[in-house]
Write a protein that binds this ligand. Structure first.
Ligand code: FPP
Length: 253
């Protein structure tokens, strides 16, 4: 399927899409504008992506907004991003609520300002009843941090005597990670031209289909999203099985 028909797809659609939104800075530089301008334009693209996901019955959308490594950027840019997150949360929450979107922030938010932490808690609480789409925003998130955090949580349970080390299997680890309550992402989209995962959901992306779009995040639109889904739907997901086994499994043989 091609084009921008965004209503017809259901069968074979990804249920959970993760996105690495890259390219705001370059988008702004191409226009002779500041990086701030690029991030603001990036926030508009976020709004479009959320609306697309809702319209197309995607259950969960997980966006990489701020990595653990982004603290190393110039202080001015980090501060601007924080102010932008606060402003976006304040502005968008009523609409998210109205549209049945449940906001969930993943990552170590303890390093954020008190004001931002409170805004995040309030936004999560205000949208907690949403059932149409789960919008996960990864903020001060890193895949390695997530796995280390899960290890700590399991170790604490062992220390407390509520978990036996021999019971630490893949499902126990998965259950201690961020997004434990969701199926793992089916599709990862990265904009900006780089072909890497950059410490995003390292465990959760084990079987995701990867799609790299050669455009900058502020230019991401329904058409690009649809192209990624179109490509996803043409892939054969075997999960380690042979093609024949997979076909038989899907046919219920
Ligand atoms: C990557 O582009 C983008 C970011 C580090 C920030 C992402 C933030 C937004 C899209 C704004 C708002 C988001 C939410 C969820 C409210 P870059 O700066 O690395 O671009 P470059 O690679 O061209 O320098």
């Amino acid at each position: 399927m091609t084009g921008t028909d965004t209503t017809a797809l259901v069968e074979g659609m990804p249920r959970h899409v993760a996105i690495i939104m890259d390219g705001n800075g370059r988008w702004a530089a191409q226009r002779g504008k500041s990086r701030t301008h690029g991030h603001r334009a990036g926030a508009s693209a976020v709004r479009k992506a959320v609306a697309f996901a809702r319209r197309n019955n995607i259950d969960a959308l997980t966006l990489f907004a701020f990595s653990s490594e982004n603290w190393g950027r110039p202080e001015k840019e980090v501060n601007l991003l924080m102010e932008l997150f606060i402003a976006v949360l304040k502005r968008e929450v009523p609409q998210l609520k109205k549209n049945g979107v449940r906001l969930n922030v993943i990552g170590d938010i303890s390093r954020f300002s008190q004001r931002l932490q409170e805004r995040i808690q309030a936004a999560q609480a205000a949208t907690a009843e949403g059932t149409d789409l789960v919008l996960n925003v990864a903020a001060n998130y890193g895949g390695r941090w997530d796995i280390a955090n899960a290890c700590q949580s399991l170790a604490r349970q062992v220390q407390a005597g509520t978990l036996d080390p021999s019971d630490i299997d893949e499902s126990a680890v998965a259950g201690a990670l961020s997004l434990a309550d969701l199926p793992p992402p089916d599709l990862l989209i990265r904009t900006g031209g780089d072909i890497r995962i950059s410490n995003f959901l390292l465990w959760q992306l084990a079987y995701a289909e990867l799609y790299f779009a050669d455009i900058l995040w502020p230019d991401f639109n329904d058409h690009t999203f649809m192209e990624a889904i179109d490509c996803f739907m043409r892939r054969e997901r075997r999960f380690g099985l042979t093609s024949e086994q997979r076909q038989q499994l899907l046919a219920g043989i």
